[in-house]
Design a protein around this ligand. Structure first.
Ligand code: MG
Length: 387
C-alpha cells in the first residue's frame, strides 16, 4: 500500500494573535510544525509527506521540512488540502491528512487511521465526549438549552483523518465549490455520501488554537520528554533441549558441537530471549504470539530474522532499541571464542552498534538439566526508547 500524508499548515493562526504563524512556535523546545511533520516523515507506513504552507514560508522553509514536499496553502483549509492533493503521488492508495497544529499524534494512532481508511474508505480520529452535551438555541445570545444530547453518541473529531484516494477526490471536488466550507475533510466526505469510520483518538492529541493551549502543550511535551528519556525495559528467557544431530546455533553463530537445540526453528536461545525482551519492553506479548511455531516460514529459518522483525514492530510503535544484554547458560562447549561473532550478528539484526549488544556465557556448575548438558538457556534484558 502506498500512503501520502498531507500536513495542513496553511493557516495564519488568526485566533492565536501572534506575530509569527503559530505552527512555528516551539513547545518542549521544538517547533509545533516540526513535531507534526516529523511524526509522518518518520512513520513506516507513510511513503511521502506533502506540507501546505503559508506563502511567506514557501520561499525560505525551515530546514526540518527537508523530508517533505511543499505546496502553497489556500484561502481555506480545504483549498490547502486540495493544493497538496494535486501534487500527491498518483500511486497513493490512501491519503492521510493531519493538522500541523496537532503536534502529539502518536505513531500508533496514525497507523490505525490509515488501516481504517484502507478497510472502510474514510476514517477520522475522534474521542468520545466526556462532558454532557447541550445544544443551545443559537450561537448568539440569548443562549439557552434546547436539548441534552447523549454524550455516548457525540465524538469530537481530531486529525489524522484518512481516505482512499477516490473518496478524497470526490470530497475535495465538493469542497472546491465556494458555498461549501468545511472545518475538516471528513465533513466533505460525509456530504459526498461516504461513511466515515471512527478511530479512537488520543486525549493528548490536542489542537493548539489559542495561547492558552500552549501551557497544556508544554505539559504534554514535558511528559513525553520524560517518558522518552526514561525508556522502557523488558526481559526475556528461553530454553531448548539439546539433542544429537542438530547444529548448535547461538546468537546467529553455529558452534561446533555434537548436539544442538531441538526446535521448530534453529532453536537459537539468545535470539529468542532477546526477541522476547524487546516485545516485553513494549508490552506486546511474546515471541509465540507474533511468530508462532506453526508458521511454516519459521521452519529452519534463522532466528536473527525474528529479532529483526521484533525491532521492526518496535519501530512501528515509535520505539527503537537502546541496548540488549544476554546471558547464555550452557555447560559445554565454552562460548567465549564465539561471543564477538554473536554480538556482531545480533547487532546487525537489531540495527544498532555492536557496543550496545552484550553477551555473557555461564555454565550451570553441573547442576540440573543444563548442568548435565541436556539443555541450553538464555536470559535477556532489552531497553527501548521513543524514536
Ligand atoms: Mg525458543
Amino acid at each position: 500500500m502506498h500512503v501520502t500524508a498531507i500536513i495542513a499548515a496553511g493557516g495564519r493562526g488568526a485566533r492565536f494573535g501572534a506575530a509569527r504563524p503559530k505552527q512555528l512556535l516551539a513547545v518542549g523546545g521544538q517547533p509545533i510544525l516540526e513535531r507534526s511533520v516529523r511524526a509522518f516523515v518518520a512513520h513506516p507506513d507513510v511513503n511521502e509527506v506533502v506540507v501546505a504552507l503559508p506563502e511567506e514560508l514557501i520561499d525560505a522553509p525551515p530546514a526540518y521540512l527537508d523530508g517533505a514536499r511543499l505546496v502553497k496553502g489556500g484561502a481555506r483549509r480545504q483549498d490547502s488540502v486540495a493544493n497538496a492533493f494535486r501534487v500527491a503521488d498518483s500511486k497513493s492508495d490512501v491519503i492521510v491528512i493531519h493538522d500541523a497544529a496537532r503536534p502529539f499524534a502518536s505513531a500508533g494512532l496514525i497507523s490505525r487511521t490509515i488501516a481504517a481508511a484502507a478497510a472502510h474508505g474514510a476514517a477520522v480520529a475522534a474521542i468520545v465526549s466526556r462532558d454532557t452535551v447541550k445544544r443551545v438555541r443559537s450561537a448568539e445570545p440569548p443562549q439557552y438549552v434546547i436539548e441534552t444530547i447523549p454524550r455516548e453518541i457525540v465524538y469530537l473529531a481530531q486529525t489524522p483523518q484518512a481516505f482512499r484516494r477516490d473518496v478524497l477526490q470526490v470530497a475535495l471536488a465538493l469542497g472546491e465549490r465556494d458555498e461549501i466550507a468545511a472545518t475538516d475533510e471528513a465533513a466533505l466526505a460525509e456530504r459526498a455520501g461516504h461513511r466515515v469510520h471512527i478511530v479512537e483518538g488520543e486525549a493528548s492529541n490536542i489542537k493548539i488554537t489559542t495561547p492558552d493551549d500552549l501551557a497544556m502543550a508544554e505539559a504534554i511535551a514535558g511528559g513525553q520528554g520524560r517518558r522518552a528519556r526514561t525508556g522502557r525495559a523488558g526481559t526475556g528467557y528461553d530454553l531448548h533441549r539439546l539433542v544429537e544431530g542438530r547444529p548448535l546455533v547461538v546468537g546467529g553463530v553455529t558452534i561446533p558441537h555434537d548436539r544442538g537445540p531441538l526446535g521448530h526453528s534453529d532453536g537459537d536461545v539468545a535470539c529468542h530471549a532477546a526477541t522476547d525482551a524487546i516485545l516485553g519492553a513494549l508490552a506486546l506479548g511474546d515471541i509465540g504470539r507474533h511468530f508462532p511455531d506453526t508458521d511454516p516460514q519459521r521452519k529452519g529459518a534463522s532466528s536473527l530474522d525474528l529479532l529483526s522483525r521484533a525491532v521492526a514492530l518496535a519501530r512501528d510503535h515509535g520505539f527503537e532499541v537502546g541496548n540488549v544484554d544476554v546471558t547464555v547458560v550452557l555447560e559445554r562447549p565454552k562460548i567465549k571464542d564465539h561471543i564477538d561473532a554473536m554480538r556482531a550478528a545480533m547487532a546487525k539484526a537489531i540495527g544498532i552498534d555492536v557496543d550496545r549488544v552484550s553477551i555473557k556465557g555461564k555454565t550451570n556448575e553441573g547442576v540440573d538439566a543444563i548442568g548435565r548438558g541436556e539443555a541450553i538457556a538464555a536470559h535477556a534484558v532489552a531497553q527501548v526508547r521513543q524514536r
